[in-house]
Design a protein around this ligand. Structure first.
Ligand code: PMV
Length: 335
């Protein structure tokens, strides 16, 4: 009863921020449908990938998990159990688990490490338990660990239906990368852990006066972006993704737990993106819950965008990413 999986992280083009009221059941149902690209790093020595091994055995006296060499406790281990327990029950297994997980990129720095991690966890755990579940169903279980993990259950471009119940809030693939050639050049300006986790941030979204308008606009924009991806229309995808990201940060900054994920360096990267666009280079930005900036462009422009970004002293390094393949099980175990 042992299996391993790899899964990539994802960058939201239409954001998930704030959750539907569910009476404290922790279902992570988003307020609006949202869209992302599951991303594979192709430069900078990072594939933006999580590798996770799960084993159930009678020899384990309790559940445990090691992430990046660190033994998880408290809320962190609790979130892992939220994903594994229903799968363990489904399989009729009572054995405890041992889990090892490694990311090849900074954990909790707004690069969606939890998305890659919980997606790999759902795949490895279900495989170790001998369950044969569809990607859509697996996405609902990964969602219980971290909302955005739902979207990493598919490669390429992905649509998360917000739904209104556990079963109806799942991720569906829009398309693999080919119909919409897109790269994200990630400008890393800070690799540290973020001060406030998105897990906590979501809970405060409803206190912003801009929350309902962001939700309403995002619901419409999710559909527009899905269509534009299928039409290979970068201008529409990029410009909507850019403004949708700003809506999310406006909500973050104006909630009763004000969250300023941007740093001075973040704004400098935004200015570079504007300058490149003024020069006729088609590039757009989007920012998650951290200071780093994803610059969206055509693959043939990625090196030029990278060169421009790396020319700024405020950028520590860059990673170029493209649409990833589907996550899958692998034979190499971490322990
Ligand atoms: O899945 P969480 O709880 O880490 O939420 C992350 C939300 C954002 O990354 C900020 C936006 C998104 O849609 O991925």
């Amino acid at each position: 009863m042992k299996a391993s999986a790899i899964s990539h992280s994802n960058i939201a083009l239409i954001k998930y921020w704030g959750r539907q009221e569910d009476g404290g059941r922790g279902m992570n149902l988003p307020l609006n449908d949202n869209v992302s690209m599951t991303k594979e790093g192709i430069s900078g020595g990072s594939k933006l990938m999580s590798h996770t091994t799960v084993e159930f055995s009678r020899s384990y006296e309790m559940d445990s998990m090691v992430l990046e060499g660190r033994e998880l406790t408290g809320r962190e281990l609790e979130r892992v159990r939220l994903v594994v327990d229903p799968l363990r029950t489904k399989a009729g297994v009572e054995e405890h688990f041992r889990i090892g997980s490694r990311n090849d990129f900074p954990t909790a720095a707004g690069l969606a490490s939890s998305a890659a991690g919980f997606s790999a966890l759902a795949i490895a755990a279900s495989s170790a338990l001998g369950l044969d579940l569809s990607r859509e169903e697996l996405s609902t279980w990964a969602r219980l660990g971290s909302g955005s993990a739902v979207r990493s259950l598919h490669g390429g471009f992905v649509y998360w239906h917000k739904g209104s119940s556990h079963e109806t809030s799942f991720a569906e693939k829009v398309c693999q990368g080919a119909p919409f050639p897109l790269n994200a050049v990630i400008a890393i300006v800070n690799e540290g852990r973020k001060g406030v986790s998105s897990d906590v941030g979501h809970e405060h979204a409803h206190t912003s006066p801009f929350n309902s308008i962001r939700t309403e606009l995002s619901q419409k924009e999710a559909l527009l972006v899905r269509d534009a991806i299928l039409d290979n229309d970068l201008r529409t995808v990029g410009s909507i993704a850019e403004r949708n990201s700003k809506y999310m940060h406006a909500v973050m900054m104006t909630s009763d737990l004000p969250l300023y994920y941007w740093q001075g360096e973040t704004l400098k990267v935004i200015r570079s993106v504007h300058a490149m666009r003024d020069r006729g280079l088609e590039v757009y930005f989007t920012i998650d819950a951290g200071p780093n900036v994803h610059c969206l462009c055509r693959p043939e422009d990625a090196l030029e965008v990278q060169k421009e970004l790396e020319g700024g002293e405020h950028v520590l390094r860059t990673i170029i990413a493209r649409p990833a393949e589907d996550p899958h099980t692998i034979d190499e175990h971490l322990f």
